[in-house]
Design a protein around this ligand. Structure first.
Ligand code: TRP
Length: 447
């Protein structure tokens, strides 16, 4: 497909917001605090920051560069680099598509909970207590209905295409979410018990470090920056050639990490405040009770302590979270849709409805077998597939892509790069350190 027929982000800030919109989502506000809380708090935070800086950020530059070079869907972009073995390149692209689709299938279920939590307090205020209980209690019918609702929202935004759908949503609403975070953090820190949570989050206890924590932190970093499955390649492909890729990647990674860090600042103190207020979060031995719904227990408990303002704030928070989840889910669906458009010649509407519908079917199967499938799908895709695909992209960029061609691509938008520190380190880094480090993190718990 000719590059001028493709949508482009109309401004740099639009792109940063869209890519940050892809990155910021449930991974930051649900995944990161949950993992930090169940992995010793500060110990996890430290390793997570190391993983983002040393592994995820260089890989983000790599994926954006692959995408911008190809100016096409991930399959074509990969083929355009691996010209000698286009079939294999396409095969890896296909694995990425399947992974992105399965991630979306469990993501929609989680995001559906956000929708139901957004409307529950209002329904409760209106006097429909039973209905509001149904909305916040775990149940198959609730899960199914809200998964369908969220999936339809995703499909509707993707139908509108890149600049129109994605950019507009992200630019307006992401900053608002951040402001709300700051307000909530300030509030929670005035409550009894908050300091205990802050201490757990910020004072590292290095005896908590273990091999599994490294694997978890790496998976979380890849998930949070939307790496491995082509989302960032697609977004890169919508970038114009005058953009400085390392710089823009650093901005996106900083925003994403800032939001995850703030979410921890909110959730970990809120955990202990909730405990103080009698919500049972810990077992008698002090371990976390079921961690998956931690955030969904702790935040409503906090809003309750705030009276009527809490209802309003709770509503605002969950609505904005739905939107943050939506700017992430569209970046997942965009992967198979853009491939089907270019590779199979489908039009956007057909590709979006068919693929979105198929992924919704998978979500429904997961809902109906939640206990068996949800954790399994989430772990296989995020803990294993994402970093392993990362190894593939590192090998592609580090070993297969001709160094001069890579330089020429990345030079556009950053002409002085050759003299800088980044270019002295990064190609070697992606070539040797990234693949070896990712594999070592996996191997470590096995030894
Ligand atoms: N990064 C998003 C989050 O933190 C999720 C996400 C969007 C994603 N696109 C992705 C994860 C592609 C993996 C792959 O919620």
């Amino acid at each position: 497909m000719a590059s001028n027929a493709r949508g482009h982000f109309s401004s740099k800030i639009g792109f940063i917001m869209a890519a940050a919109g892809s990155a910021v989502g449930l991974g930051n506000v649900w995944g990161f605090p949950t993992k930090a809380a169940s992995n010793g708090g500060a110990a996890f935070l430290v390793i997570y920051l190391v993983m983002v800086f040393l592994l995820a950020f260089p890989m983000l530059v790599a994926e954006l560069t692959i995408g911008r070079h190809g100016q096409a869907n991930p399959i074509s972009s990969l083929k355009s680099i691996w010209t000698k073995n286009r079939t294999l390149a396409g095969g890896f692209g296909l694995i990425a598509i399947v992974t992105a689709s399965f991630i979306l299938s469990f993501y929609s279920i989680l995001a559906g909970w956000l929708v139901s939590y957004a409307i529950a307090p209002t329904i409760d205020l209106a006097g429909f207590h039973q209905a509001s209980n149904w909305l916040v209690d775990f149940g198959v019918s609730r899960n199914l209905i809200f998964t369908v609702i969220f999936s339809l929202l995703t499909i509707l935004v993707v139908l509108r295409g890149v600049a129109d759908g994605i950019e507009r949503w992200s630019t307006r609403l992401m900053p608002l979410l951040f402001v709300l975070f700051v307000v909530m953090i300030l509030y929670i820190c005035t409550q009894d018990g908050a300091m205990e949570g802050l201490k757990m989050y910020l004072v590292p206890d290095l005896s908590q470090l273990h091999g599994g924590l490294f694997v978890d932190a790496m998976g979380q970093a890849f998930f949070s920056l939307s790496l491995g499955c082509g989302s960032m390649m697609v977004y890169g492909s919508y970038l114009k050639k005058d953009v400085n890729l390392p710089k823009i990647a650093a901005q996106v990674a900083s925003i994403d990490t800032g939001v995850a860090f703030s979410a921890g600042l909110l959730i970990l103190p809120a955990m202990y405040v909730a405990k103080n207020n009698g919500v049972d979060i810990f077992t008698e031995s002090g371990a976390l009770k079921s961690s998956g719904d931690l955030v969904f227990k702790v935040l409503p408990a906090m809003f309750e302590t705030m009276g009527n303002i809490g209802v309003l704030l709770g509503f605002g928070f969950f609505v904005l979270m739905v939107i943050a989840a939506l700017t992430s889910s569209i970046s997942m669906l965009e992967v198979p849709v853009s491939c089907a458009q270019d590779e199979l010649g489908w039009n956007r509407a057909k590709a979006t409805w068919l693929i979105g519908g198929l992924i919704l079917l998978i979500s429904i199967v997961i809902c109906l077998n939640f206990g068996r499938l949800f954790g399994l799908v989430a772990d296989v895709t995020t803990v294993y597939m994402q970093p392993l695909l990362g190894v593939a992209w590192a090998i592609l960029v580090g070993w297969i892509w001709n160094r001069n061609k890579l330089l020429n691509e990345i030079k556009q938008g950053y002409p002085e790069i050759e003299q800088g520190f980044f270019w002295k380190i990064w190609p070697w880094y992606v070539r040797f350190i990234c693949p070896v480090a990712i594999i070592m993190v996996f191997a470590y718990p096995l030894i």
